[in-house]
Design a protein around this ligand. Structure first.
Ligand code: DX5
Ligand code: ZN
Length: 221
């Protein structure tokens, strides 16, 4: 079995000591740093922009996974690429010219991902699949950390996994985002997930380092 990757979401970190909180999860063996960008339009919350990304780029060697929950993504993708993003993902619901947005990310030499909200069917990404490096399945409605995982999203991941096998696109990685914790991570892995985002499930535990180590343990057994 392929080793799963853990991507702590810094949305649940303490922003008054963000550098330390990133180094903390790095110590625990995090594989990727998940960076949530919200604009108050596509989702009902506002978070962080390229300026903060530029600062944290200097405190970690880990790849940074920028999840854009914004409208007009094409206007901002270059700024995130320049500030140090390694992966950039955009929502199918927010990008009327999705193919153009994905090509823009790739033209900047970044790994490109497409994201689906919980209610968006897999059929919405059928035609873009060959162009992406990963698919991010939202397992909560985007906007906030600390929500519960919507169970039907696990079935969606299993169906996506089959679709990728059928279409010889198994190099495309499947990422999940929302409500993943130590107590449900086994089901998430069993569904066929490669990359697991977890915010409150890591940062809101007493010992985030131990939590990541335990999550990775589940991923290897
Ligand atoms: C939700 C964000 C998530 C969020 C996950 O809109 O995209 O990345 O930080 O937080 P948890 O793991 O607490 O559900
Ligand atoms: Zn996210």
């Amino acid at each position: 079995q392929k080793q799963i990757q853990i991507a702590p979401s810094i949305l649940s970190a303490d922003f008054s000591k963000l550098g330390e909180d990133i180094q903390l999860v790095e110590k625990g063996g995090a594989d990727v740093i998940h960076y949530d960008v919200m604009d108050g339009h596509f989702v009902p919350n506002i978070t962080i922009g390229p300026l903060v990304l530029d600062s944290i780029r200097k405190v970690t060697q880990l790849p940074i996974d920028v999840h854009l929950m914004i409208e007009n993504a094409d206007d901002y993708i270059p700024a995130y690429a320049k500030a140090g993003a390694d992966w950039i993902s955009v929502h199918v619901e927010a990008c009327p010219h999705l193919h153009r947005s994905i090509q823009l990310i790739k033209s900047l030499d970044k790994r490109a991902g497409v994201v689906l909200n919980p209610h968006t069917p897999l059929s919405a990404i059928e035609d873009i699949l060959p162009d992406v490096d990963f698919v991010l399945i939202m397992s909560v409605n985007p906007g906030f950390g600390g929500q519960s995982l919507i169970a039907s999203c696990l079935d969606k991941i299993a169906r996506l996994k089959n679709l990728l096998i059928q279409r010889n696109l198994e190099h495309i990685e499947i990422e999940i985002d929302g409500g993943v914790k130590l107590d449900n991570i086994q089901q998430v892995i069993d569904a066929g997930t490669d990359i697991i985002v977890s915010g409150s499930g890591i940062y809101n535990t007493p010992d985030p380092i131990a939590t990541i180590q335990q999550m990775k343990q589940v991923g290897t057994t």
